[in-house]
Design a protein around this ligand. Structure first.
Ligand SMILES: [Zn+2]
Length: 353
C-alpha cells in the first residue's frame, strides 16, 4: 500500500472540492450525459460503488510519471493549501484508478480538461494541518509542493509503524465525523445499512482468514475507526449466520417483534483481551448463555462439550445453565467455522477452567 498527496492549492480547492470531493457524483448521470461511455469503465465503477455514487479527483497530465504508480487500495491526501494555516482536508482511499487519460470526464466534472488522470473513492473528511503533515512526513518547513502530485516514500512511515498505521492514526485523530455519536451509531448492531460496503469487504476477509492457521491475538487491535467497526459488524453477521441464528447451547431462536434474533455473536477468547475476530473464535449464544459464558459459569472443552463450574448454585434460577452440563454444543454446518481448539483452550485458561 502506498500513500500519495496532491497539493491542490486554495483556489482550486475552493472551486473544485464542492463539485466532487464534498459532493457525490452519480454514475447514472455521467452515463446519461455521455461523460463516461466506456462500458468496461462503467462496469468497474458499478462493481466498486454498488450505491451508484462516488467521489473522484483528477490530476494534470504532468503528474503522469507519478500517478501511474497509483493502485486501487492506495491513499491520496488532498492538500488544500500549504500556507502556515493551510489544511489537508480530504483523504481518498482509492477504490478505482485506470491508468489512462479521461479528458472528457475532466471537462464535464470540472469544466476543464486539464485533470485527466482521475481516481475514484469515498471521501474521508479530515482536519489535518499542513504543518502537522510536514512534520509527520519529516519534510523541511520551507518545502513547497507547488501544485504537484507526490508519492510518499514508505520509509517516512516507519516511525508510525508503517503506512497502514499512519492512516489508522489519521482516521482516529483527525477524521471530522467520527464523534462519539457516530461511534455509538456504528456499533448499534441493529442498524444494518451502515457501512454495508465495508462490511461486505470485511466479511470476505474473515471468510478467507478461516483457511489459515489461527492466530490468538489480533494483529490489528480494535480501534474506533469505521474500518474496525465494519469488521466487528462482519464478525457479528457471519457468526450468527454460521450458527443459523440459534444459541449453540440451548437452541433458542427467539426474535424481536421486528424480527431481530435474540442472540449474540460472542468471542470465545474475549475481545477485551484483544481476542481475534477470526470466525473460529466466534460462537452464537442467547443472552443468558452469553452472560453465563462471559461471567465464567460455563465453558467448552475441545470435544465441544459444555463444562459447568462445580460450585454453581443448584437452584431453579440456575437450572437453565447447569442442565446443559456435558451436552455437545450445536456446531455450524460449515466445519471451517467450528470453534478452534486454540481459542477454546485459551478461553478455558482465561476463565480458570
Ligand atoms: Zn442459550
Amino acid at each position: 500500500m502506498n500513500i500519495f498527496f496532491h497539493h491542490v492549492g486554495q483556489d482550486g480547492a475552493d472551486r473544485d472540492f464542492p463539485k466532487t470531493i464534498q459532493t457525490k457524483v452519480q454514475l447514472k448521470k455521467l452515463i446519461a450525459d455521455k461523460a463516461i461511455k466506456d462500458p468496461e469503465l462503467i462496469k468497474k465503477l458499478e462493481q466498486a460503488f454498488p450505491s451508484g455514487e462516488f467521489n473522484c479527483w483528477g490530476v494534470p497530465q504532468g503528474a503522469k510519471s507519478v500517478i501511474t504508480n497509483l493502485k486501487n487500495g492506495d491513499y491520496v491526501f488532498l492538500v488544500e493549501s500549504s500556507r502556515i494555516n493551510g489544511m489537508v482536508s480530504a483523504l481518498s482511499p482509492v477504490k478505482l484508478f485506470e491508468k489512462y487519460e479521461m479528458r472528457a470526464l475532466s471537462e464535464y466534472l470540472w469544466q476543464d480538461s486539464k485533470f485527466p488522470y482521475i481516481f475514484f473513492f469515498d471521501t474521508v473528511n479530515i482536519e489535518l494541518m499542513w504543518i502537522q503533515f510536514l512534520e509527520d512526513m519529516g519534510y523541511k518547513e520551507n518545502f513547497s509542493p507547488r501544485g504537484n502530485f507526490y508519492k510518499i516514500d514508505n520509509k517516512r512511515f516507519d516511525k508510525f509503524g508503517g503506512a497502514i498505521e499512519y492512516i489508522s492514526n489519521i482516521l482516529n485523530s483527525y477524521s471530522r465525523y467520527l464523534g462519539e455519536d457516530t461511534i455509538t451509531y456504528i456499533l448499534n448492531e441493529d442498524i444494518e445499512e451502515y457501512a454495508l460496503l465495508n462490511t461486505q469487504y470485511e466479511e470476505g476477509k474473515l471468510v478467507a482468514l478461516a483457511k489459515d492457521a489461527p492466530i490468538l491475538k489480533d494483529l490489528f487491535p480494535s480501534k474506533r475507526t469505521v474500518k474496525i467497526s465494519s469488521r466487528e459488524k462482519a464478525f457479528r453477521i457471519l457468526v450468527k449466520k454460521n450458527y443459523d441464528y440459534k444459541c449453540a447451547i440451548c437452541d433458542v431462536s427467539l426474535k424481536s417483534p421486528t424480527g431481530i434474533p435474540a442472540i449474540h455473536a460472542s468471542h470465545i477468547y474475549p475481545k477485551n483481551q484483544n481476542g481475534n475476530d477470526d470466525l473460529r473464535n466466534g460462537i452464537c449464544l442467547c443472552f443468558l448463555h452469553h452472560w453465563a459464558f462471559d461471567s465464567g459459569w460455563l465453558s467448552i472443552d475441545d470435544d465441544y462439550r459444555i463444562l459447568i463450574r462445580d460450585y454453581i448454585p443448584k437452584t431453579k434460577e440456575y437450572e437453565n445453565i447447569y442442565r446443559f452440563k456435558e451436552k455437545k454444543i450445536n456446531l455450524p454446518k460449515d466445519s471451517r467455522f467450528w470453534p478452534h481448539p486454540l481459542f477454546l483452550s485459551a478461553s478455558r485458561v482465561f476463565y480458570g477452567f
